[in-house]
Write a protein that binds this ligand. Structure first.
Ligand code: HEC
Length: 170
């Protein structure tokens, strides 16, 4: 027998722990993202931003979650889509497998990646060198991404949230 009862227990246990205690990126780093077409230029807002009282909960949470970026001063955010998936992006999917879209926080050089696997969105955070930085900050962990991208289902369809701005790349 290759793996005794005890050995199976150890493997099972470590897989379990890997799943619950792991803060690594799940989406992979798309090497060629810098060549992907830009579909939107946006911003993460500074920490002292005062939002109008009728701002949606979704936007309030998004602004609050990432107000630490660039020492609380905000940063331009560039959104680029995998050229093979531009058509899918226009309709918020359904998406084929592989990296789909990146959001790049320009000042700190954070690359947020949304990939699709079996039609479902998975998430990851990298720096410009392609190093996994998901464990650098609680808001960069894939599980945190999911809480927003997968919960606001009327806004984030199939894991992408931005209303595609078609005119900018047509
Ligand atoms: C609290 C809400 C929230 C969380 C948490 C969040 N996002 Fe987003 N995400 C947004 C919003 C809002 C946009 C649209 C920004 C815009 O268009 O200006 C967005 C846009 C994106 C985009 C551009 C494509 C798209 O969906 O429109 C990517 C890629 C992305 N997020 C990945 C991630 C990753 C990876 C994480 C976790 C490390 C994450 N997001 C965490 C709210 C969130």
């Amino acid at each position: 027998m290759f793996c005794s009862w005890a050995c199976r227990f150890v493997i099972g246990f470590s897989l379990f722990f890997h799943t619950i205690a792991n803060a690594d990126s799940v989406a992979s780093y798309p090497e060629d993202w810098e060549t992907w077409p830009v579909v939107k230029e946006s911003l993460t807002l500074p920490a002292d931003t005062v939002l109008p009282p009728d701002t949606s909960l979704f936007i309030q949470e998004s602004v609050r979650s990432y107000s630490w970026i660039n020492n609380g001063q905000g940063s331009p955010l560039t959104i680029r889509v995998n050229p093979k998936k531009l058509e899918q992006y226009k309709t918020h999917g359904p998406y084929t497998d592989g990296p789909t879209v990146v959001a790049v926080s320009e000042v700190d050089g954070i690359i947020w990646v949304t990939e699709h696997f079996s039609g479902l969105p998975i998430y990851g955070s990298y720096n410009r060198k392609g190093e996994d930085i998901a464990s650098m900050h609680p808001t960069l962990e894939p599980e945190f991404c999911q809480r927003c991208h997968d919960r606001y289902k009327d806004i984030c369809i199939n894991g992408t949230c931005t209303e595609p701005v078609l005119s900018s790349y047509e």
